[in-house]
Design a protein around this ligand. Structure first.
Ligand code: ZN
Length: 333
């Protein structure tokens, strides 16, 4: 071999060695197709699952910010995502009523499909008469109940990937301790509202579990789902409630039209009682992705802080972690 050829050979060998060295850690870096693919419906599932799964899964949520899950129909793209998943997690109790057929089909093709509310004991579920025999699906409004849903999320991952069970368990435990802090803050702050003012009037019936957990009377203008229309009689009954109890504030929701709430305010005004919009609550969807309000903890912190401050209690303007966005001006529309 001449010296030039020898040099090239040495370089080539060095290059091969370098390439091999670079390629070596690849299996540990878990190529994309080794990740567990999880598809979820609402953000209240997407966020905790992402935290529990850590680096071991890719999590895709279908129903985004400001979108009403009661009315959501899966698109063809959604169906493709669902069919390509290893695990599908949905809320259940007919929250995603228009996705039921899709879930049945997907489960039939052998994909793990689970409702995260499946572990909640039937005796803990509410079924107010206006829900017409169905259970109230809005369990995430009670952080303690949602902690049980977090257990189902973790267990589903453990069943799918037992090798990493310890990681999933540890991540779930640390997330549940954040939820426990949230619950402690909620209890403390909500108890500062004068007892006579502990009445929460919202656009639709999403807050029953919240009311049960924290001893608030909860009234939604629309029933279980946003599909039903509030009747004129309901508005009159609610105006009576507001005037009789001198309620200071009612609340709009990010996923529901303000029209009925505005009718309430006008009705109270006609009877010389001023009630304002106390703020906008997240009921069935979280805030913008990438913001604190776009997390489950941030969403509930926002709701609690907004409710407490509007009804005359004491809570820090930016919530339990000082992370809430500056409140919008809460003037009468
Ligand atoms: Zn709802």
């Amino acid at each position: 071999m001449n010296p030039k050829a020898q040099t090239i050979a040495i370089y080539s060998l060095a290059l091969v060695t370098m390439l091999t060295a670079c390629a070596d850690p690849a299996p540990k870096d878990a190529p994309e197709n080794d990740l567990i693919s999880i598809v979820t419906t609402t953000g209240m599932i997407t966020d905790p699952v992402t935290k529990i799964a850590g680096d071991h899964a890719s999590v895709t949520g279908i129903i985004g910010t400001g979108i009403d899950p009661h009315l959501y129909k899966p698109t063809r793209t959604d169906i493709t995502k669902l069919m390509g998943a290893d695990i599908v997690l949905y809320s259940g109790l007919l929250l995603e009523g228009r996705m039921t057929d899709a879930f049945v089909r997907i489960a039939g093709s052998g994909i793990t499909v689970r409702a995260v509310t499946e572990a909640i004991d039937e005796s803990s579920l509410l079924a107010p008469p206006e829900f017409e025999g169905h259970h109230d699906p809005h369990l995430w409004m009670d952080p303690i109940a949602w902690s049980l849903a977090v257990d189902v999320m973790a267990q589903t991952l453990i069943d799918e990937d037992p090798t990493n069970a310890a990681t999933y368990r540890a991540n779930a435990d640390s997330y549940k301790s954040e939820i426990a802090d949230l619950h402690a803050y909620a209890e403390r702050a909500l108890a500062t509202v004068p007892e006579s003012q502990r009445i929460l009037v919202t656009a639709h019936d999403a807050f029953n579990y919240f009311g049960q957990r924290y001893n608030y009377q909860v009234v939604g203008i629309q029933g279980i789902s946003t599909e039903s229309e509030a009747g004129v009689r309901d508005i009159e009954r609610l105006v009576d409630l507001i005037v009789d109890n001198q309620i200071k504030a009612v609340f709009i929701e990010t996923t529901v039209s303000e029209r009925n709430i505005n009718a309430l305010i006008a009705g109270a005004k006609a009877r010389n009682h001023q009630v304002i919009i106390g703020g906008s609550l997240f009921s069935d969807a979280m805030g913008q992705e990438g913001t604190y309000e776009g997390t489950y903890i941030g969403m509930i912190d926002h709701n609690i802080t907004t409710i407490v401050r509007a009804l005359g209690g004491e809570a820090p303007e930016q919530g339990m972690n000082g992370l809430l966005a500056e409140p919008e001006s809460k003037t009468q529309p």
